[in-house]
Design a protein around this ligand. Structure first.
Ligand SMILES: Cc1cc2nc3c(=O)[nH]c(=O)nc-3n(C[C@H](O)[C@H](O)[C@H](O)COP(=O)(O)O)c2cc1C
Length: 193
């Protein structure tokens, strides 16, 4: 099957996170986000893409910070409430019934009950006509001890982090499962003569 090039998001699973932000008045905003990725191991930066008309983007520009929250699958209904287009003066923690979690290094609260929290400060915005790429520096990273071991590894069969596949008419929430194959990082560096 040949797909149109702009359907490239239908061929790969995307992560699902919740971005929390605040504005100058302290009103909190939450939005689900999938166009987000760390920038190359072992750097400490994260990049996400935002359409221009997003309260999230306005808040990041205003406060120079944001929190990346990793929601469990049990938070899908709240997540979908946050995906609605509320005016900026509406606190989306209250709308979705989610509890703010005080952050350590930024003013923006995280979301209680998430699997992990990456507190970020804005390092760069790459502005395009209709969207922006936001590069954030992770200034504090914390994992929910209920779902991580001492080495900082997620027990994701228990934690149930989310991914998503985009379809022609709708989105399908998915969940990663263990394939059974592990790979040592050193395997990538085996030199073949
Ligand atoms: C699973 C999911 C992923 C999303 N990913 C993005 C994204 O990567 N970029 C974006 O601009 N909007 C994305 N959206 C849409 C925003 O979450 C939505 O428009 C939200 O209302 C924006 O809120 P805000 O205006 O308060 O920032 C996504 C929505 C869902 C449900």
């Amino acid at each position: 099957m040949i797909l149109k090039p702009q359907k490239r998001e239908q061929i790969m699973p995307l992560p699902v996170v919740l971005l929390s932000t605040i504005n100058k008045q302290g009103i909190a905003n939450i939005a689900p986000w999938s166009n987000i990725t760390p920038i190359l191991r072992p750097l400490d930066e994260i990049i996400f893409a935002s359409w221009i008309k997003r309260d999230t983007l306005a808040n990041v520009r205003e406060m120079q910070e944001f929190v990346v929250n990793i929601p469990p699958a049990s938070m899908i209904e709240e997540l979908m409430i946050c995906s609605r287009n509320y005016p900026p003066e509406v606190d989306e923690f209250i709308e979705a019934g989610l509890k703010p979690r005080p952050s350590k290094q930024v003013q923006t609260p995280g979301i209680e009950g998430c699997l992990a929290w990456a507190e970020c400060t804005l390092s760069e915005e790459i502005a395009r006509k209709s969207y922006s790429l936001i590069i954030g520096k992770v200034v504090h990273l914390e994992a929910n001890d209920d779902f991580f071991n001492e080495a900082g590894e997620m027990d994701f069969e228990r934690a149930h982090p989310l991914s998503i596949m985009l379809g022609a008419q709708e989105m399908q929430f998915t969940r990663p499962i263990v394939s059974g194959r592990k790979a040592a990082y050193a395997e990538m560096f085996i030199k073949i003569e």
